[in-house]
Design a protein around this ligand. Sequence first.
Ligand code: GAF
Length: 381
Amino acid sequence: MNTLINSVKSTFINIFKTEPLLIFSPGRINIIGEHTDYNDGFVFPAAVNKGIVAAFQKSDAGTSTAHALDMDSAIEFSLENLKPSKQGSWENYVFGVIAEIQNRSHRIGNFNLVFKGDIPAGSGMSSSAALENSVVYGLNELFNLGLSKHDMILVSQKAEHNYVGVNCGIMDQYASMFGIKNNALLLDCRTVESKPYEIDFKDHQLMLINTNVKHSLSDSAYNDRRSVCEHISELLGIKALRDATELDLEAIKDQVTPENYQKALFVIQENDRTIKASKAIEEGDLVTLGNLIYGSHYGLQHQYKVSCEELDFLVDQAKLNKHVLGARMMGGGFGGCTINLVAKNAVENFAENTSVAYKKKFNKSCSVYFVELSNGTHIIK
Ligand code: GAF
């Protein structure tokens, strides 16, 4: 982390000859509760010790600049009439946040921004929310906008909708902004309030395995899933699938395709699993927690259909190992990481065996990460 901070800070000082305001904004993991956030449901994420460091200072040049050190790319732009850049470009996260701040009738002046991160791209640990939150947090501070943390995550989410083109829920921005060291947050995405749970799995721990793939259909498939959920809620005459039971869904079964029926069923069941998982954590019942995590993956793979061959392979490997209590894909899907609940004394073996098997099967490497649960977006003093 210190290396990251030093690199961003020294680059900023080299270019602009002045001390910057430094912000750290973390990525997130999610224990369980996938694709439930935009259904007003429950999720169980935590901020991690990987994220984005962003350096800011006001500028009296007539334009603003942003330097993405990871991409070795820099842009100069005007704050007037911002428009989305080409799809998939990093600028959209920055432009989107500025535009959403301006849409809320806040005025900002020109600024310089330098940022760099250590969240592996496409890992499903939400480098995008980390970047959005770092930008809105930094600008709020620099220009005294008076935005609350809740305001800021809504700005970040809207930036993602309107500039990045992903109609995401609120989980990633919330976890990144409100994370608490050593805790996961049971977040009710309807009230946007959370309850922290201290995570100490005693002789077990969480471990991430990155498939190192990100299949390209992910954004459109994500938006499609969200539309299906909204369509079925409409048929049911409810605000969101969070309000539906399996019986309600059964009653309209003949009005939806079998595929969409399964998707809605997944959401209802995943919401239920998330609440059950929070109870299991409270009671220290890791076997139940693990089974819920496996159940989540089963649903994401077969009902919601957002997994992929590589993720399924990693989960199958976990199932072969009796020291792994649960494993599932994490985040939007179609690549990125699995999250695994593993006995501490078996972690190395599991990592080694899985890496070898993955390489043999796909002729490419997976990566293993251990993360600490960390505080949310903050100023680096
Ligand atoms: C992505 C989205 F950004 C989140 O809002 C959430 O829906 C997640 O996919 C799936 O649970 O990370």
